[in-house]
Design a protein around this ligand. Structure first.
Ligand code: AMP
Ligand code: MN
Ligand code: MN
Ligand code: MN
Length: 283
């Protein structure tokens, strides 16, 4: 079961990806993905489309979402898999999580204007597929288009991360709430790309402990958001905390993402694949 080309993390135009759910399904299938989940940020509006497109291709599908959470003052992402995409508590929680994005984007734009970059809100909006889901990625695309930076990575480094002119601190969902919404909707919660967070070792340990106490069951080990040298550490932590392991490219765009759908090493055989926990929810 660990030798399976599962890709359980990617983004469509419903959040900050550039491909539609249908185009992602086609690309995943063409790349040899055997089990797929679309995991848009804070939004399940693409789930029915993704599932229908996957089923038309004979590609096995799990529902997915990536919830923004604030833990120890740092933004953490929790992936949910195999849930009911119409569950009221989940829909309500996600709507509340999306709620502050518009105002945050206006503030980001004001700060960027003060730093000499006018019109960023309107500019970012041109890239937004879902008006409730304006994200830093859309600002990054505008700043690249307008020639301020060469690529999105550079925009984040210079403008959109903590301490930089366009960064606006934001309070997202609470860890326990995000895990609860996913579980109440019948899914499993997974810590996304743990190596990406700026927590201290103590805070990272607390994240894993509290996640587990809230009923979290998985952690991403093999992800396009980790360097291969980071896989081993999180494989060890998965075993230490009794968490299943997940695998996903975190693909956003053919032009921006360095890891394509399905283009990842397999999970190590010593790990329990997260899809084993939700085999009955594969559609
Ligand atoms: P937001 O939810 O608006 O804070 O935006 C977060 C998104 O920004 C992430 O999901 C990534 O897609 C993107 N992102 C964050 N950091 C970087 C980076 N260093 N380079 C490129 N994209 C990034
Ligand atoms: Mn993203
Ligand atoms: Mn993420
Ligand atoms: Mn992601």
């Amino acid at each position: 079961m660990s030798i399976l080309n599962a890709d359980l993390h990617c983004h469509s135009t419903v959040s900050d990806g550039t491909l539609t759910p249908e185009a992602l399904a086609t690309r995943a299938h063409a790349n040899g993905v055997e089990l797929w989940a679309l995991t848009d940020h804070d939004e399940v509006g693409g789930q029915h489309r993704a599932r229908a497109a996957a089923q038309a291709l004979g590609l096995r599908y799990l529902t997915g979402v990536e919830v923004s959470v604030t833990f120890a003052s740092v933004t953490v992402h929790i992936v949910g898999l195999g849930f009911d995409p119409d569950h009221p508590a989940l829909l309500q929680g996600l709507a509340a999580t999306r709620g502050g994005r518009g105002e945050r984007a206006q503030e980001m734009s004001e700060q960027l204007a003060k730093a000499g970059i006018p019109g960023a809100y309107e500019g970012a909006l041109k890239y937004v597929g879902n008006p409730e889901l304006i994200s830093r990625t859309h600002f990054a695309r505008f700043l690249v288009e307008s020639g301020v930076c060469r690529e999105t990575n550079e925009v984040f480094r210079k403008y959109l991360t903590e301490g930089k002119p366009g960064f606006v601190p934001h309070r997202w969902a609470r860890l326990g709430d995000a895990v609860r919404w996913i579980r109440e909707a019948g899914g499993v919660a997974v810590i996304a790309h743990p190596a990406r967070y700026s927590h201290s070792a103590t805070q990272e340990y607390a994240l894993f402990s509290e996640f587990k106490e809230h009923g979290g069951q998985g952690v991403e080990v093999v992800t396009g958001s980790h360097a291969p040298s980071e896989y081993g550490k999180y494989a060890d932590l998965a075993l230490e905390f009794g968490l299943a392991a997940s695998r996903g490219s975190d693909f956003h765009s053919p032009d921006e993402s360095h890891t394509d759908l399905g283009a990842l090493p397999y999970l190590e055989g010593r790990l329990t694949p997260v899809w084993e926990l939700i085999a009955d929810r594969v559609q």
